[in-house]
Design a protein around this ligand. Sequence first.
Ligand code: FEO
Ligand code: CA
Ligand code: CA
Length: 717
Amino acid sequence: MDTRPNAHFNDEDSNTSANPAFEQIAQARMSRRGWLQGAASVGLASSAALAVPSANAAAPTAPVKQLGFKAVGKSLADTVVVPEGYQAQVLYALGDPLNANVPAFKNDGSDTHFDQRAGDHHDGMEWFGLDAQNRPSNTFTARGLLAINHEATTDEKLSSFFLHTNGGTATLPRPAAEIDKELMIHGLSVVEVRTNGKRWSYEQSSPYNRRVTTMTPAELRGPARGSEHLITKHSTDATVCRGTLNNCGTGKTPWGTLVSGEENWFGYFHRDAQDDTRRNKDKSIQALNRYGRKAGAASRHGWESGGSDDRFARWNNGAVGASAKDDYRNEMNTFGYVVELDPYQPNSVLRKRTGLGRMGHESVSFAIPVKGQPIVAYMGDDARGEYIYKFVSKAVWDPKDAQGANRLSAGDKYLDEGTLFVARFKDDGQGEWVELSMNNPVIANSSYFEFKSNADIAIFTRLAADAVGATKMDRPEWSGVNPKNGEVYITLTNNSNRNAGNADAVNPRAYSDMKGSKENKGNVHGHIVRMAEVKPTDNNFKWDIYLFASEADANKDSINLSSLTDSNDLSSPDGLVFSPATGVCWIQTDDGAYTDKTNCMMLAALPGHVGDGGARQVKHGDKTVTTYVGKNPSAGTLKRFLVGPKGAEITGICETPDGRAIFVNIQHPGENTAMAKVNDASQFESQWPANAGYGAGQRPRSATIVITKKNGGVIGT
Ligand code: FEO
Ligand code: CA
Ligand code: CA
């Protein structure tokens, strides 16, 4: 469980649906052997590489068979720790200018022009290679674009304290000038980076550099386009909207664009106490409550209080005008999507892909594309008791699209039409994907919520999933597809609502853990579930728990079920990415439970496959839950690779195509600093990255780092 001061913003709890938490289907347990034959037969798609002969082009990298580095220990130091033989360099931090005309970042709260500087809270990140002729390249290794999410801003009450000279204004109304900064530090970055063979740097004046903010024009695409529930004063035909918000995980499409998940957007909207009365029993009330905005809800930053200008008024989600065309009662419905961006085209318009559903999106991981078969994407909805989804495109994969020049048209082709499914886990190690569309009579005839069309399902996705009895999970975060066998891994970061009564086979642990004198309860440290399908388009899957996160000294019968040791114990797995170059599974943590013993971290894993372990019993008093646990990792197949500075979460990872440089984001170092201490560096929880020699001022900054091996070798070997 997340005990950080802002944990309530990142730990939503609005699934009060009465759907059965677990489907108890008495079904004989199938043999757990032989599952992999089908999945393993899915061939790797032909390489999307543009052949650019060059000294900088990557030679093929062999999959890593053994993790060759020495595991790093747990650390409470205010620094980035990497293994012996490795080096970490700060590359791109909050406030860094993205244009030759923007002054250097002073880092004292007085800086402006944030629409042309690095945003805050670096999160998910993808690599987009560029060759010497400015062509997209999947082999060039010395130059590329990083597309980066800027999820949020370090926050104490209403303000964003490190961003403002004296910490900002914590009472309403808030000054417009402070809000304008905050509107600009959220969103996305595209930034060009390159290496001279010795050091990496970002290019301040690259024409590819771009910031997307909460105000950037976006197009609504897919089934919800034109819906009555997306009509706003800004777009009376519900085809466009503004900005992207709380972008958490990312993905890279098979056609070479960025997809980014909007996560905790709901918290940015204000709804006054009279709004339910004004809405007069409209079904929007049920949806607003389900998505975390009860009448009377205060917004996270009070942006609606900045004045009458539209850029402030849009954050008031109340039905205050004569109709939806006169106010922003539907503005919140324009957030919560997967957004697609073409990093190679700085002027292209952001597209919100509503067909992938509206939720607290994390990453989007794509099944290995197969010619003539649909594109399949897996997604988690991060809040307590939310669900796991997959999207299956209507269009089938044409490998020529991997190299097409009009990448967003390929996005239209594969992401605007398709079918969304939600996962229902059975207690026998099997599961099913349940269709969320008007073709499903449970939804079409639902008495739980009125679904009139697939647009309603795209916008009110959580309610559709409730209606079909999806399985409530322990906060689904990132997903990743194992390139070796196509299996899907999903981190379940923790869940303070899990208890003995609702523990089930796939979320089997509920226990007590001490952090100093504080007791945390539930699934305190999280776990990682994995699913095997014979084909990604199948409606059935088999599952097991790849890994139970735990403190090494916890009880091995009830908590430390994966027998973790001091070299690989962890808490609250969040980011999860399989390296395309090496096959290493990188696991990153966003933790508040084990931070008395260690800062957040990143581990390298070489997992096996679904079914390589066995059944385990977890006791809760009189009740015994049977779960399925993967083979215990060994010291050679799961190792701690990195520990971050104080107060930081580790999130987002991508690499050069040769696997010799990895880029990692350090999010919100020092976030446990008190706002009143904002001008007293001795009181900062963290002074990173200034204490690593990067930039002016002592205020901590979220940043991208690049890690290389001192001998130039492949990372992880
Ligand atoms: Fe932004 Fe669920 O982490
Ligand atoms: Ca503990
Ligand atoms: Ca996350």
